[in-house]
Ligand binder design. Structure first.
Ligand code: CA
Length: 251
């Protein structure tokens, strides 16, 4: 196998031995996806460059709502979350994740001491924080540390809706403690509704959550899968139709 190299240690990069005349530099295997949520482009770019050099995949969002959507779609290994964002701020994003049962590791980036107090005081399950200005190397070290600490830790806790329990980590669903076999799509659909915690979710959002960015699936597809979920969960199915809008779960 080819060697692994670390950023800043170019001398450790080895060339693969190949019979062909070409040689290939191999960078470290991807360590997973990090979602960077930062509205200052220069800082976001710096974070992206350093994390990419360390072998992380990086996705950048610059506002809170887009960040929540990205967490649901992309399931990152960790989130670097600026507190001061336009619109929904970083604290509100983290709270929404935790209330939805999502315990993805979060590294807060704060600009002021009073933000640190808020982050630490609200018990949002922040894994760590950094104060601006910070060294990009420190940022990378912190990301690696929170990933090490969260290894083996479920990133999402089971969600209960009446007698139905969903475990996002094992992807098991039980009803009155008996397992219910769901397809991947049915599970994703139920999870998206459960995470909305009683909020009405329209079909477009359900399509995005359960099917990703697929263009081929139409709103009728959502209705068909909801019907299948109802058939499987029977009288205990917590999904209600909100006519003309979408669906919600009884909370
Ligand atoms: Ca900011």
């Amino acid at each position: 196998m080819c060697a692994v190299s670390g950023f800043g240690k170019a001398s450790t990069t080895r060339r693969c031995r190949r019979p062909a005349t070409t040689s290939v530099h191999v960078v470290e295997e991807s360590r997973g996806l990090v979602l960077v949520v930062e509205d200052e482009p220069a800082i976001a770019d710096l974070e992206r460059r350093y994390l990419t050099h360390e072998g992380f995949g990086v996705h950048v969002e610059s506002d809170g709502d887009a960040a929540l959507d990205a967490v649901r779609r992309l399931r990152p290994a960790a989130v670097i979350l600026d507190v001061g964002l336009p619109g929904r701020d970083g604290i509100s994003v983290c709270r929404a994740l935790r209330e939805g049962g999502d315990w993805v590791p979060v590294l807060f980036v704060t600009a002021r001491d009073d933000e640190v107090d808020r982050v630490l005081g609200l018990e949002l399950g922040a894994d760590d924080y950094l104060t601006k200005p910070f060294s990009p190397r420190e940022l990378v070290a912190r990301v690696k540390a929170i990933l090490r600490r969260s290894e083996g830790r479920p990133t999402a806790r089971p969600l209960r809706i009446g007698p139905v329990t969903l475990d996002p980590t094992s992807r098991r669903v039980t009803r009155h403690d008996a397992e219910v076999a769901l397809t991947v799509t049915e599970f994703n659909l139920l999870l998206a509704l459960a995470r909305a915690r009683g909020r009405v979710v329209d079909r477009a959002e359900l399509l995005a959550s359960a099917w990703g960015q697929a263009d081929y699936a139409g709103s009728r597809t959502v209705d068909v899968h909801v019907a299948q979920l109802r058939a499987k969960l029977g009288d205990d199915c917590p999904i209600e139709t909100v006519r003309g809008v979408g669906y919600r779960v009884r909370s």
